[in-house]
Design a protein around this ligand. Sequence first.
Ligand SMILES: *Cc1c(COP(=O)(O)O)cnc(C)c1O
Length: 378
Amino acid sequence: MNAQTIAFIDLAAQRKHLDGRIEAAIARVVEHGAYIMGPEVAQLEQQLAAYVGVRHAVSCASGTDALLMVLMAHDIGPGNAVFVPAFTFAATAEVVALLGATPVFVDVGDDFNMDPGSLERAIEMVDRTDLRGRGVIPVDLFGLPADYEAIEPLAQDHGLFVLQDAAQSFGGRRFGKTAGAHAHAAATSFYPAKPLGCYGDGGAVFTDDENLADKIRSLRIHGMGQGGQYDNVRIGITGRLDTIQAAVLIEKLAVFDAELAARGEIACRYHRELRDVVRVPPVPAGVASAWAQYTIVLPCERAAFAAALKAQGVPTAVYYPRSLARQPAYMHCPVAPGGLPKTDAFAERVISLPMHPYLEAEVQERIIGAVQAAVAEA
Ligand SMILES: *Cc1c(COP(=O)(O)O)cnc(C)c1O
């Protein structure tokens, strides 16, 4: 127990690396005083749209609000079904249920992302009920963009919109497109632990659809119309991104590509040294993960493995310990025919290793050694 404890995600190291730039950016906002929708918000939105390669980036208060507002813009409500993977963070299904619609759970494939076969079975099942299928929310889990080449045509055939949950994949790529540009609309999160994080909650919607972007801009300020804040043309929310968070994000975006490269190198090293010991995350050719998490599948019992790593000062986390379909809040929701066998297996056996751009080589070495030893002893 004497080994020095490693950070799972080291935001302090990032702040040190940025050497006062974040503090200065925050101080400028405190000084100019435009705390709501200040100039940094529009500046960040331009930079985000250029980075992702879409016409519109609309910033908002969280990744959850980004998902929610796209569903609101599509008038999702009671009687509607929206297909979501069962192996994801609760927010993906929560926004559907919050609007009175029904989340329908789909299984995932070996890459941890929505399985198009399971999706097709779920769509056909819903077609035989009173529910009306409206949309699909594929999740780019752990930073790896989902299989949009398979999902898009399925969705089109059945008249469903696709909303990319890119909360974990900002910076990821798939066949020449950046995460956020793979579907009609995408939602990302700037929660501090995400690849691009702010100093609180934040998020954004990405789309090429001007009409949708305008609706989101209205929804995030109480459904305001052309006449401004006191002209309310639809039911909206308080969904704005704080100017201070935009200022933080502008500074972090400037070093983001270097951070992404550092994450990629660490993932490569983990892959090389651990592929014979555990199941390492698969990355299909032509696809690049943003490495929000480096998640392995264990050949041994998880609790003992986690305890062995902890004893060496190596923290781990479990994303996610339970299928959403087995959570009390979602147990009544429909599940794709054939069930969710991959989701259940992963929920029992996945574990994530420390991953952040400032993880030093010798620390990576210690983590790799601890994983190898823990599996050998199990
Ligand atoms: C983090 C996350 C969200 C929600 O983002 P918040 O900014 O925390 O609201 C949604 N979906 C997935 C897959 C996430 O990981």
